[in-house]
Design a protein around this ligand. Sequence first.
Ligand SMILES: Nc1ncnc2c1ncn2[C@@H]1O[C@H](COP(=O)(O)OP(=O)(O)OP(=O)(O)O)[C@@H](O)[C@H]1O
Length: 275
Amino acid sequence: MSKSKEEKEAIDFTETLMDFTAKLNEKSKIKKVIGVVSGKGGVGKSLVTSMLASEMSRRGYQTGIMDADITGPSIPKSFGIKKKAFATEAGMMPVETKGGIKVMSINLLLQQDTDPVVWRGPLVGGTVKQFWTDVVWGDLDYLFIDMPPGTGDVPLTVFQSIQVDGIVIITSPQELVSLIVSKAVKMARTMNIPILGVIENMAYYQCHECGTRHTIFGESHIDTVAKEYGLELLARIPINTEIAEGCDSGNIETIETDYFHRTISKIENRKEPIA
Ligand SMILES: Nc1ncnc2c1ncn2[C@@H]1O[C@H](COP(=O)(O)OP(=O)(O)OP(=O)(O)O)[C@@H](O)[C@H]1O
C-alpha cells in the first residue's frame, strides 16, 4: 500500500533526525581516516597521533591531523605551530607543520592558546563535525583523528558523524587497563568500527647505562588483555625522555623511532608484519 504524503514526510523527518553522518567538505578528498582513542585521558593518545602522522608524512603520504580533543588540545604545541587557521569562502584552512602535515585544532582558532574551552558536549561534538564539513583538507592519503578521551557522548558523536576506517586504542600499564580497554572495544564494536589493534604506552623505562627495564607504572597486563578482547598488540612504547622533550619543544616531527613499524604496516594494510 502506498504511503500518504504526510506519512512520507514523517519518515523523511525521522530519517533526517536519525542521520548523524556529516558530509566531508567538498574540497577535500581523504583516502583513509584513522582514529586514535583511549578509554581514559593522559595515556599518550596525542603523542601517538603526532608520531604516527609524522611517520606517515616521512614515508611520503599526504597526511593530516584533526585534533578532536577539543577540551584538551595538544597537537599544535607538540608541532610548535604558532600560526592561526583562517577562513576562506571554501572553508577553514588547516595550518601546515614544518614537515607539511595539515593540522586543524581548536587551539588554531582561539585567540590565546591558554583560553580554556568550557563547552558542553553538544557544542564540542558540533565543533568536531565542523572540522569534517568545513575544513578544506584537500587531498589526503591519511587523516589521523586525536579523539576526545573516554567513551562518552563526544567520541560517540564523532564516530557517528565521521566515516572512520579504523581505530588504534592506546593504554598504559595499570590496574584498570582491562576495564578501560573493554569500554573502548565495546564502543568501537557497537559502532561497527574496525579496531586495528592496541598500543601500550609508557610500558617501561629502560636505563641508558645498564639497560635494565623498569616498570614505572606497574607490571604490564597487555598481552592478557589483548588476548581477552581479540586485539593485536601493535606496539609497547617505553617512557622516553627524548619524546617528552620533543613534545614540549614543539619538535615531535623530528623524532624518529622504530616503535610504530607494525602499526604503520597495519594502517597501510600491508600483510607482511614488520618486527
Ligand atoms: N612514551 C612517552 N615517553 C615520555 N613522555 C610521554 C610518553 N607518552 C606521553 N608522554 C608525555 O605525557 C604527556 C601526556 O601525553 P598526551 O598529551 O599524548 O596524552 P593524552 O592521552 O593525549 O592526554 P589527554 O587525554 O589529556 O589529551 C605529554 O606531555 C607527553 O609528552
